[in-house]
Design a protein around this ligand. Structure first.
Ligand SMILES: [Zn+2]
Ligand SMILES: [Zn+2]
Ligand SMILES: [Zn+2]
Ligand SMILES: [Zn+2]
Length: 93
């Protein structure tokens, strides 16, 4: 079984994504979440459970509706919002 996300150099797939079911190599797998890199891009980076609906205008993280706030035409994630308010300092990723 070859990794389904490797394009040039197809590595051996040793993991299976729990969301899409793709077989992927270690490079394309996030063991802590049990998902592949392709699915990681579609998930909110804050809760890592809901699908992202937008990208934070400040940090660029994919974010879901509940973890972000609308600011005019863009959305800002909850972490950036906290930083802007100065309530809490969060390490930028
Ligand atoms: Zn791969
Ligand atoms: Zn996947
Ligand atoms: Zn979320
Ligand atoms: Zn942000």
């Amino acid at each position: 079984m070859k990794c389904e996300l490797c394009i040039v150099d197809e590595k051996k797939a040793e993991n299976r994504c729990v969301i899409c079911g793709r077989y992927v190599c270690n490079e394309h797998f996030i063991p802590s979440l049990g998902i592949c890199k392709a699915c990681e891009l579609t998930l909110c980076h804050i809760c890592k459970r809901r699908l992202a609906v937008a990208v934070c205008a400040v940090c660029g993280r994919p974010i879901c509706e509940r973890d972000s706030v609308r600011r005019g035409l863009v959305r800002i994630c909850a972490l950036c919002l906290q930083q802007q308010r100065g309530e809490l300092s969060v390490d930028p990723l």
